[in-house]
Design a protein around this ligand. Structure first.
Ligand code: NAP
Length: 212
């Protein structure tokens, strides 16, 4: 497949991109950096800033994409421009370029604000609001074949290859397992038009997605 990874330089985006490249997909990664994140024949890169205007973002999108991943984020520094408006601009670009599949890396319970009270630290609210409305736009305002993955805290540790999905309590996730789950939802139609909460668990990733 021909895949765009928005945020290929990030902690999740880089591991996701590496896995997609290993699976012989052709990947275009985005970053604002000049240096290539990967030097492989099936990888190319575009310098995309999510604060650019819609016309520019759409123009930078490659043609003939099969799927778009959104793994970018501002780490709280520019939530409106990057995590919310930036994300929505990429959804609009995907629709204009006739991409069918759009996979959003979101965060646990972003679309369940009734669960935020007493669980989120005060300084996380604005981030959650940005993710809530980006996710809701994807679900309600686009015709994209979306999957929204909502993991809890990301941990820089080796993956187990096993997860729990549609969880009701927040939990931790090795970044590698989140990246592998993002790969899995691309290839399994069971993930189509689903919002998937997750954390570490007991089920092998393919089985966890197949039994959604
Ligand atoms: N931290 C957690 O525990 C946690 C838990 C659940 C979900 N998440 C979600 O997972 C996402 C990815 O996490 P991560 O740790 O992999 O993030 P990260 O390492 O901080 O990577 C952020 C990515 O966003 C890109 N970016 C930032 N500002 C941009 C802009 N103005 N225009 C274009 N690209 C921009 C960066 O690209 P450049 O190379 O251009 O800087 C980078 O590729 C987070 O944003 C969050 O929504 C996080």
């Amino acid at each position: 497949m021909h895949i765009l990874v928005i945020g290929a330089s990030g902690r999740v985006g880089s591991i996701l991109t590496q896995k997609l490249l290993q699976a012989d997909h052709t990947v275009v990664g985005t970053t604002r950096q000049e240096e290539p994140v990967f030097e492989l024949s099936n990888y190319s890169q575009i310098k995309l800033d999510l604060t650019a205007d819609q016309v520019n973002i759409t123009r930078q999108f490659p043609d003939n994409l099969d799927a778009v991943y959104f793994t970018s984020g501002s780490r709280g520094k520019d939530l409106l421009q990057v995590d919310l408006h930036g994300a929505i601009k990429t959804m609009k670009a995907a629709e204009e370029k006739n991409v069918s599949k759009y996979i959003m890396l979101s965060t646990i319970f972003a679309t369940q604000p009734e669960k935020w009270q007493g669980v989120l630290p005060e300084n996380m609210y604005d981030y959650y609001v940005a993710k809530l409305y980006a996710d809701e736009w994807l679900i309600n305002q686009t015709s994209l074949d979306y999957t929204i993955l909502q993991p809890g805290a990301l941990k820089e540790e080796k993956g187990n290859g096993t997860i729990a999905t549609q969880v009701e309590e927040p939990g931790e996730n090795p970044i590698e397992d989140v990246a592998q789950t993002l790969v899995e939802v691309l290839q399994n139609p069971k993930a189509s038009k689903k919002v998937i909460t997750m954390h570490s668990g007991e089920k092998r990733i393919p089985e966890a997605i197949a039994t959604l």
